[in-house]
Design a protein around this ligand. Structure first.
Ligand code: DNO
Length: 400
């Protein structure tokens, strides 16, 4: 397992030097300044790459850009409307340029409009640390009474509607504003930042996009890009929906093992792979991550290791981000399953036997509470996660 760390580029408050001190050497980054659908030119890629390589002159550690997260898929591609054909061509050119720069693992997602979504970015834990949380009732209150989405009430049970109404009536103006900005303005790494008005406009454009249509569009996107990636020796890896259920009446189609299986079977190329995110998938009790790792393992190209605590086993549900070794996922068994997959790969002489992973998210602890980093991506909270994961990894590797 190769230790990597997400870096948002030169304006990330957590620097390359911090990463080197955390002990990770693989950098996970993206050209966040380029809009979805645009070409990632050789020049833009090499500027970012140079920045990472030049760090060697002031920190004597070899850091390498090892994963792209994410090469975003435009809304036009997801809906097959507007400029979607050009965007697919551009996607393929970006893949060629990335391959030329020696970067071969490319993460992306296929969630309509909203990328990962939380209602609370600084939820206080009993020990004074903060973490991220998705509160279903707050989300419904937003959907029904702030966004005023048509038909929203039909998506939830009567009880949930009533609870959300009560919650909304008790909210101050500031709480409503915070909730809105947490949901619509885009968490770190999301392809776009929206206003409430943008979300309404986008929702209108998605009116006729059913789950079936979205899946068909996804398959047709992959039928074009996966063969290109295959030729270039690249590994595409689709990140799951986060949270793994429909939001705002929009379909989400990469939420369960069954969803992944459909897509893997449709395009049976190694280049058509998975980002196994234990935090996102772990929000659904039916997702058995350990079995997913064993059953789909040969196409898992990237791992996000993180834990969540489900507050109920319903779908949808509320959840919060737990410490890496707490929460609903048994991290020791998951890492054991990953190491077994790596063993199989070594036996089959696969050059990609070492799977890149990153400690995904972290609590804000100690100095994180003073230093403003990107939501979910503090230095010390992630370092603690990485250290804990590294401990398990070392212990299991030694005993294997
Ligand atoms: C959240 C991340 C997501 C992820 C994208 C992948 O922390 O895991 O932003 O990067 O959804 O495309």
């Amino acid at each position: 397992m190769k230790e990597t760390w997400r870096w948002f580029g030169p304006d990330d408050p957590v620097s390359l030097q911090d990463i080197a001190q955390a002990g990770a050497t693989g950098i996970v980054t993206a050209l966040h300044h380029l809009p979805a659908g645009a070409i990632w030119s050789e020049r833009e890629i090499s500027l970012r790459n140079r920045e990472i390589l030049l760090s060697k002159s002031y920190i004597n550690v070899d850091l390498k850009w090892s994963v792209v997260e994410s090469l975003p898929v435009s809304e036009d591609i997801k809906r097959q409307s507007g400029d979607w054909r050009t965007h697919i061509k551009n996607y393929c050119i970006s893949l060629e340029n990335l391959a030329a720069a020696g970067i071969s693992t490319i993460c992306y997602n296929f969630m309509p409009i909203l990328d990962w979504t939380r209602t609370d970015l600084e939820w206080k834990l009993p020990n004074g640390a903060t973490c991220m949380r998705f509160d279903l009732i707050d989300f419904i209150a937003f959907d029904m009474f702030i966004l005023n989405r048509n038909g929203a009430c039909n998506d939830y049970s009567e009880d949930l509607n009533l609870e959300a109404k009560k919650r909304f009536e008790g909210m101050s103006k500031e709480t409503k504003e915070n909730l809105t900005s947490n949901i619509v303005s885009g968490l770190p790494g999301a392809a776009a930042k929206f206003s409430l008005k943008d979300v309404k406009l986008h929702l209108k454009k998605y009116e006729n996009i059913t789950e079936r249509i979205l899946r068909t569009n996804f398959v047709s996107f992959l039928k074009e890009v996966a063969p290109v990636a295959h030729e270039l020796g690249l590994r595409l890896c689709c990140h799951p929906d986060d949270p793994p259920f429909p939001l705002l009446g929009l379909p989400r189609i990469m939420s369960t093992e069954k969803d992944y299986k459909i897509i893997m079977d449709e395009i049976p190329l190694k280049s058509n792979g998975i980002t196994l995110c234990s935090g996102s998938l772990g929000v659904r009790a039916e997702n058995n991550l350990i079995k997913m790792m064993s059953r789909l393992g040969d196409r898992v190209h990237f791992l996000h290791l993180r834990n969540v605590k489900r507050e109920s086993d319903m779908v949808p549900n509320s959840f919060y981000e737990e410490e890496h070794l707490k929460g609903n996922t048994d991290m020791v068994s998951l890492i054991r399953a990953i190491l077994e997959e790596e063993k199989r790969r070594r036996k089959n002489k696969r050059e990609d036997w070492s799977i890149p992973f990153r400690p995904d998210h972290g609590h804000n602890i100690l100095d994180d509470l003073k230093r403003k980093s990107k939501p979910g991506y503090p230095a010390i909270g992630r370092l603690k996660g990485l250290a804990e994961l590294r401990g398990i990894l070392t212990a299991l590797s030694n005993s294997l």
